[in-house]
Design a protein around this ligand. Structure first.
Ligand SMILES: Cc1cc2nc3c(=O)[nH]c(=O)nc-3n(C[C@H](O)[C@H](O)[C@H](O)COP(=O)(O)OP(=O)(O)OC[C@H]3O[C@@H](n4cnc5c(N)ncnc54)[C@H](O)[C@@H]3O)c2cc1C
Length: 379
């Protein structure tokens, strides 16, 4: 019996596994193929929901489900951590000791904020990219009564638009609480504008300008000084804060960094259309773990997994399986608590945000609730 082995039970691994289980249902019953997912966690978390936690707009229980609930029952699920990959022997070793062989390997191990790389951050700053940290930020905001707020962004990070969303939502929230007049908001970004793509940078510059949110450009975070309550850039610029929210730069998983298949950031080099690991025809990468120059986003994982699932199903059935991923990404952008816009783009067509509206905000809310259906691979 052949095995498709997926490492990572997050958005990409789950969507891909579910699509494969559906497309290869007969082959699984006939024991021609087995689909195995290795997940270090026994639960699935909807990370885009972290954005809403500090504002009390989502609760942790809205975002977490037991992993068996989101996986097709035809998938063999192993709760363990992959610690070694041998692409010559075609095997993966798990922390508890087992070694599994594979015919096709999929690496879907995600991207991870590196707050430890910013000295002082854990002591004096907040992040909303992890559940426990988002809850601490919520507590800090509950007690916030005005002052200097700095949102400082490090690159690269998943969901490139989330820091913009948080900042615009925070501004609305401060107004709603009646503390906007005594609150100064600064958005500190490492590039020449508040975003890396021109059209989104333009949108953010306009929205920030209208709401009196300052932009500090070329701000590469070096450290946080908990004594003086300042965030300090590599060139020595110091931004004082009463409330600091940082999006730390991300890296690939420690597995990728330890097995030496990726670059220094732990990103895996892949063919941008076929998604196979460089020089390997039987190893594929899906979701945030790739080195592709596109957004690390759930929607990227969604569109990639569609292509990869069809190709793998074809290959198992003896067909060629040569559909190509075109870099498609779709992202909603909250521009406050009640309005949103969206961007859709691919390798050849840059994003063009639409005018923010209530309707798009409601569409994002519907998309958030639809995640659990989306994961099943039926949308
Ligand atoms: C605040 C925030 C807002 C966001 N907003 C949006 C949005 O609006 N729209 C959007 O499209 N995306 C958004 N995203 C991004 C989206 O959540 C990620 O891009 C998506 O989850 C990537 O899926 P993935 O499977 O690659 O990684 P993940 O979902 O992170 O899954 C990786 C999984 O691999 C597991 N793993 C890692 N190493 C191992 C190992 N050695 N062994 C076993 N398992 C392992 C991890 O535990 C994890 O479960 C947001 C993210 C955040 C944090």
């Amino acid at each position: 019996m052949k095995r498709i082995l997926i490492i990572g039970g997050g958005t990409a691994g789950t969507m891909l596994g579910n699509k494969l289980a559906k497309g290869l249902a007969n082959e699984i019953v006939e024991t021609e193929i087995c689909i195995t997912i290795i997940s270090e966690k026994d639960y699935h978390v909807y990370q885009p929901g972290y954005l809403y936690i500090p504002f009390h707009l989502k609760q942790p229980e809205d975002l977490i489900r037991p992993i068996e609930q989101v996986m097709d029952s035809k998938i063999e699920l192993i709760i363990d951590k992959a610690v070694e990959i041998n692409t010559v022997a075609k095997s993966v070793t798990l922390k508890k000791g087992a070694t599994l062989s594979y015919d096709y390997l999929i690496i879907a191990t995600g991207s991870h904020p590196q707050s430890v790389e910013i000295p002082g951050l854990d002591e004096a700053g907040h992040i909303f990219y992890e559940m426990d940290r988002a809850l601490k930020l919520r507590e800090a905001m509950d007690h916030f009564d005005g002052g200097k707020v700095v949102v400082a962004v490090g690159l690269p990070h998943k969901c490139p638009v989330a820091p913009l969303e948080f900042t615009m939502m925070f501004e609305d929230w401060a107004r709603q609480r009646g503390i906007r007049e005594k609150t100064e908001i600064t958005y500190a970004y490492p590039l020449a504008g508040p975003y890396g793509t021109a059209s989104v940078a333009e949108l953010a510059t306009k929205e920030f300008g209208e709401r009196d949110i300052s932009i500090e450009t070329f701000f590469m975070i070096d450290h946080v000084d908990p004594k003086t309550k300042e965030v300090v850039s590599m060139d020595g610029t110091r931004l004082p804060f009463d409330l600091l929210v940082v999006i730390p730069p991300h890296k690939g998983s420690d597995l990728v960094r330890e097995v030496g298949l990726g670059d220094s950031g732990g990103w895996l080099p892949v063919d941008r259309h076929k998604l196979n690991l460089e020089n390997k025809e039987d190893v594929f990468v899906v979701g945030d773990a790739t080195n592709l120059p596109i957004s690390k986003a759930g929607s990227t994982a969604h569109f990639e997994s569609e292509i990869l699932a069809e190709n793998l199903i074809d290959k198992v059935k003896g067909l060629s399986g040569n559909r190509r991923y075109n870099g498609k990404v779709f992202c909603f952008i909250e521009t406050g608590l009640h309005k949103a816009t969206y961007i859709s783009f691919d390798y050849d067509n840059p994003p063009k945000p639409v005018t923010p509206s209530k309707m798009v905000h409601y569409a994002k809310a519907a998309y958030n609730s639809g995640h659990w259906v989306n994961l099943k691979g039926i949308m």
